[in-house]
Design a protein around this ligand. Structure first.
Ligand SMILES: Nc1ncnc2c1ncn2[C@@H]1O[C@H](COP(=O)(O)OP(=O)(O)O)[C@@H](O)[C@H]1O
Ligand SMILES: [Mg+2]
Length: 534
């Protein structure tokens, strides 16, 4: 409008003052427009960032509440991609695209209104152009979208493979499976490459066609507009205004098509995030709050099958009296670790049940359970944090005294105090590297520091030298006084702690008896020929 008046009233009549007046007005309007869109952007971005912040927190919280089965099923890389990328896409939509959508639609509507007031034929051309450009962009977005989605998914797969391979690098190396790991990665990487090529092809086809359409429309306008000027039905200023409108609309048109195509993508991202948030925590939270317990553990005819179809436990029944120390032995793969996880409430038995003081584990409140039972896995996880944090695990109830006492029993205190920063030393990937035995001992300290009534230790002394093993077992004997303990270990040294030995073979208890049996059985296990015979 302003441009038309500037041209018609100012330039056409050679009245400079009027032209300057309108020029200044144009600048003022442009500045105001900028200010408003700036303020709007800040508000929207802040609101959408906050919304996505909440989404992310909720999704992560929900993931943390999932049972272990969930993580066996879902690749970690995929989860990470969902929390980061999907949330990002939603922010992008809320803060940027939504604003663009409203802005573009508004701009197009206003432009069309003013065009219609000037010349109907040209407005018709403009409308058709707008329709064509938006449709092309929409089609473009719809074709490229699934390709981009698959690229994103494939990137997640690659990340999963890479992090999985590196996390299990010891296993990979031990099995000399580098070649296989490489091939696996290479295959998936080739898929990603193919997808990227497909995306560039679509981009090449569609990328510039909207400009072509608008270019053609402008030629048509010049032709018909020129004729209209000759006939006196259109002023030069009006034609200039029309062309300016088309140029101004070029970008909103492009945006509009894309945004329409994006609505569905963002909805899909939101759906995936909400799927995670709504996924019911898998062993659902129990209600029973346990205070002081006696520490009785009973497994009743427990069966457990992994997702792979592998049945790891076939009807295990084990009754551990309060304060009793049971050592579980058995050949590799016999289900010892699985049994501990089921007892710890990490896996839910497929059949049968686990009772703590006569109460089914799944009925016990999670926080209660964690306080009562401490479980030390075979390969404990050490966080990239200080040793203190790794032992206390940010539990305010664990005092400095608890930490040191536990570290002493776990035979790691001396090692820690010899480090330059003592308990504040950062360990893990970005800090001091720990040996397998040291990691294990930190994990044992972590368990003991909580003063649990029941301790489940998965092969606690496997990575220790004979001397440390001897000392640890001696202290453990003291530390376990009055506590119930179930310990997986083939080590004869454990016989000094054990009240009873349970021999597990192929998911079933094959034999149980006094600790003196540990020596003889453990020796048998090392010689498979004899170990598996009755
Ligand atoms: N996360 C898992 N997914 C599928 N199968 C598993 C998993 N963990 C263990 N298994 C299988 O279950 C069986 C018992 O494993 P486990 O309890 O670790 O035995 P152990 O601790 O006695 O060596 C083995 O055959 C093992 O391959
Ligand atoms: Mg094991």
């Amino acid at each position: 409008m302003l441009i038309r008046n500037a041209v018609d009233k100012g330039l056409a009549s050679r009245n400079l003052d009027v032209a300057v007046y309108y020029s200044v007005l144009i600048v003022v309007v442009a500045v105001l427009n900028g200010l408003f869109s700036f303020a709007g952007r800040i508000l929207l971005v802040a609101a959408s960032q906050h919304a996505v912040y909440r989404l992310r927190v909720e999704a992560f919280d929900s993931i943390l509440r999932q049972g272990l089965e969930f993580f066996n099923k879902t690749m970690t890389g995929q989860l990470i991609s969902r929390i980061t990328n999907d949330a990002e896409r939603i922010t992008g939509f809320l803060s940027f695209r939504l604003r663009m959508l409203v802005y573009s639609a508004f701009l197009i509507a206003v432009s069309l209104y003013y065009m219609a007031r000037m010349n109907m034929l040209l407005t018709l051309i403009a409308s058709l152009t707008i329709l064509a450009a938006v449709s092309i962009n929409y089609a473009y977005a719809r074709r490229i979208r699934p390709v981009y989605d698959r690229i994103r998914h494939q990137t997640g797969v690659l990340a999963s493979i890479a992090s999985g391979t590196l996390a299990g690098i010891r296993t990979v190396k031990a099995l000399t499976a580098e070649e296989y790991a490489y091939q696996n990665f290479d295959e998936e990487n080739a898929k990603l490459f193919g997808l990227s090529v497909r995306a560039s092809r679509i981009n090449a086809v569609y990328g510039n066609s909207p400009f072509l359409v608008i270019g053609m429309a402008m030629s048509a306008m010049l032709y018909y507009g020129g004729r209209a000027i000759l006939h006196g039905t259109l002023t030069v200023g009006e034609l200039v205004a029309f062309l300016t409108y088309m140029l101004t609309l070029m970008w909103p048109l492009r945006a509009l098509g894309f945004i329409l195509g994006d609505v569905q993508r963002s909805l899909a991202a939101a759906t995936r995030l909400f799927e995670i948030i709504d996924a019911a925590p898998q062993p659902a939270e129990g209600e029973v709050e346990l205070g002081d317990i006696r520490g009785e553990v009973e497994a009743r005819d427990v069966w457990f099958t992994y997702d792979t179809g592998k049945t790891a436990l076939r009807g295990v029944s084990l009754h551990v009296r309060p304060g009793e120390k049971v050592v579980i032995i058995g050949p590799p793969g016999s289900g010892k670790s699985t049994l501990l996880k089921v007892i710890a409430g990490l896996y839910r038995p497929e059949r049968g049940e686990v009772l703590i003081d006569g109460i089914p584990v799944e009925k016990i409140k999670r926080s209660s359970l964690r306080r009562i039972i401490a479980y030390v896995p075979q390969e404990p996880f050490i966080f990239d944090r200080s040793i203190r944090d790794n032992i206390a695990l940010w539990d305010p109830r664990v005092s400095e005294e608890d930490i040191v006492r536990a570290a002493k029993i776990a035979r790691i205190h001396d090692t820690i105090t010899r480090l330059p920063k003592g308990y504040d030393t950062i360990v893990g990937e970005r800090g001091v590297t720990l040996s397998g035995g040291q990691r294990q001992r930190i994990a044992i300290a972590r368990a003991l520091a909580r003063n649990p009534r029941i301790l489940l230790l998965d092969d606690p002394v496997s990575n220790l030298d004979a001397e440390t093993e001897e000392a640890l077992v001696r202290d453990l004997r003291e530390a376990l006084r009055g506590r119930t303990a179930i310990i997986v270990s083939q080590r004869p040294s454990l016989a000094r702690i054990a009240d009873r030995v349970v021999y597990l073979v192929d998911g079933k208890i094959e034999w149980e008896g006094p600790p003196s049996g540990l020596l003889e059985k453990a020796v048998n296990i090392k010689e498979p020929g004899r170990g598996r015979s009755r």
